[in-house]
Design a protein around this ligand. Structure first.
Ligand SMILES: Nc1ncnc2c1ncn2[C@@H]1O[C@H](COP(=O)(O)OP(=O)(O)O)[C@@H](O)[C@H]1O
Ligand SMILES: [Mg+2]
Length: 275
């Protein structure tokens, strides 16, 4: 194992690893099992050598830069969950190993593992959940709709700063965002977004991207089956709460100087439920 521990003591990391051995994972992602141990999260991965899913970066230079940037932003009060260090098998094909993070505060904005029944794309890799998804979606949307405008302002403001630092936010996954009543929104599952430097992609417009990425995590694109299952009253409640969330997101975007026409275009394109 090659160890690269930037902001965590090697002994602590090794101790965490040994603890995960006898544990059942708390969460599953596409490529990862996640172990929550005390204040830490230990993520397994099999593709540390790949920058954004498919692009090889065997030297892991992208990752070391990402780690440094995340910690710098974190120090400036941007609500990214930093990466403390990693270890991996250098001989493995795509980089099999572990990533160490502080545990995010609060809970997933929405837990995709609970809500998957109600979404258009039904990824099957999540652990089964025994939480009733209908109740969960309704109560969670209601809860998020009551989040303060200040927290929404910080959410959008942070999102812009993160994007401007060449970091990719996966806004399709609602569980890539955490919310805690005291600290507000936090960002996890962040990746290096430097492809443009290698001539592989055009540089994106942060504000334009944020107009979409800031709205996507908060709303539900319900499929027709889900609409039938929810029933009229629940749908009305969902539409009302979604509407409040969009107004707060939109106000936050305008405050962050995202042009109104970009916000409106995003709202039209996304055909958000509840407008
Ligand atoms: N630092 C963390 N704190 C708390 N939970 C985490 C943390 N990192 C990951 N998780 C949990 O594990 C899930 C999968 O992790 P994520 O980094 O999003 O991997 P993937 O790229 O596979 O989606 C997250 O949605 C979240 O529920
Ligand atoms: Mg994720």
């Amino acid at each position: 194992m090659t160890e690269n521990y930037f902001y965590i003591e090697p002994e602590t990391a090794r101790e965490l690893l040994s603890q995960t051995k006898g544990m059942k994972a708390s969460k599953r992602g596409i490529d990862s099992h996640v172990y929550l141990v005390g204040e830490y999260a230990v993520l397994t991965t099999s593709r540390l050598k790949l920058r954004i899913v498919a692009t090889r970066d065997d030297g892991l230079a992208y990752l070391d830069e990402l780690i440094a940037t995340l910690m710098r932003l974190h120090g400036q009060g941007v609500a990214v969950v930093p990466i403390l260090g990693y270890c991996y098998d250098p001989d493995s094909e795509n980089g099999t190993g572990y990533i160490f993070q502080p545990r995010a505060k609060g809970g997933e904005l929405y837990d995709d593992a609970v809500t998957k029944k109600y979404r258009r794309s039904k990824a099957s890799y999540y652990f089964p959940s025994d939480v009733d998804p209908k109740e969960y979606i309704l109560s969670r949307t209601s809860y998020i709709s009551q989040v303060s405008q200040e927290h929404f302002d910080k959410f959008i403001g942070d999102m812009l700063v993160i994007m401007e630092h060449d970091i990719l936010i996966d806004s399709m996954g609602k569980s890539n965002f955490f919310y805690d009543k005291t600290v507000g929104f936090q960002f996890i599952d962040l990746d290096s977004h430097t492809d443009y430097r290698y001539g592989l992609a055009a540089k994106y417009d942060s504000k334009e991207t944020c107009a979409y990425a800031g709205l996507v995590p908060c709303h539900y694109n319900l499929d027709t089956r889900a609409v039938k299952k929810l029933g009229r009253n629940a749908l009305q409640q969902l539409a009302r709460d979604n509407g409040i969330i969009f107004e707060k997101c939109k106000a936050a975007m305008l405050r962050s100087k995202i042009p109104e026409e970009q916000v409106n275009r995003a709202l039209e394109t996304l055909q958000v439920f509840g407008r």
